[in-house]
Design a protein. Structure first.
Length: 255
């Protein structure tokens, strides 16, 4: 049992509600920049309290990997999911949870050499079946399998691939560094990637006139979903196989 992965899933399960609320008043790029900035400040504060020179542990090659992981798993993922929530349905969004563990398990086998055991296969099958029952409400219909039929569906599927790359691709990276230092550098890089895009889109004046629910949602997304969520996920990945941790994504619809 990985409590760190479980708490990350709880935070991310609630993130869809907070994001939906915030998107009513903010443009996606502005929302994501604020969210990741808050997460970066939190992580940086904790990291600097432990080690003020942690940046020096990363080589130039490491920083290239950090920016690549940030572009895929932080800024890229955030953009895909934020826009997907504007276009797709809750039913189709639910398939991201059913697809991710499968993609992670197969990718971990292919690129990391992690064994696909009978226990993992059983977990995938049971988890997928459970998600199917939730989405379909127990009523079978062929239309449930029409996944990539709209723009929003394609964004959902692309975000599933992005999270797989981030999880499996980051496994080797975090094995060489402490999770806190790694995710602090990645979160900060993701925020820096989004910053110029958010200024190009404008709408920063809206930040000063946000309602209380939107403001609270942004703070929740920044502290719990971006800061603690990513830290807990990478900390869990350091201790267990990617495919095992990926199974926890099946719990997200229950949040």
């Amino acid at each position: 049992m990985s409590w760190l992965a479980l708490w990350a899933i709880i935070f991310w399960g609630l993130s869809f509600i907070a994001t939906k609320i915030a998107l009513k008043e903010l443009q996606p790029f502005t929302l994501l920049t604020l969210r990741y900035a808050i997460g970066t400040i939190l992580l940086l504060f904790v990291q600097l309290a432990h080690d003020r020179k942690f940046f020096r542990i990363f080589s130039h090659r490491d920083w290239m990997i950090i920016f690549l992981l940030a572009a895929v798993g932080v800024s890229g993922l955030g953009i895909l999911q934020a826009y997907a929530l504007l276009y797709t349905t809750a039913i189709h969004t639910g398939w991201i949870i059913a697809i991710n563990p499968i993609l992670i398990t197969l990718s971990a086998r292919l690129f990391l050499g992690e064994a696909i055991t009978g226990r993992k296969v059983s977990g995938i099958v049971l988890g997928f079946f459970g998600i199917f029952l939730i989405i379909s409400k127990g009523v079978f219909s062929p239309s449930l399998f029409s996944f990539a039929s709209t723009y929003g569906d394609l964004l959902v599927f692309a975000s599933a691939i992005a999270w797989t790359v981030f999880t499996v691709g980051g496994k080797g990276f975090i094995s060489r560094f402490p999770p806190l230092g790694s995710i602090t550098a990645i979160m900060m890089s993701g925020c820096l990637i989004l910053l110029p895009m958010s200024f190009m889109k404008g709408e920063w004046n809206n930040v000063f006139y946000l309602s209380l629910p939107t403001g609270a949602g942004i703070i929740f997304l920044g502290i719990f979903c971006s800061g603690l969520g990513y830290l807990f996920w990478y900390s869990a990945l350091k201790k267990k196989d990617s495919s095992v941790i990926g199974m926890y994504l099946y719990l997200e619809p229950f949040v």
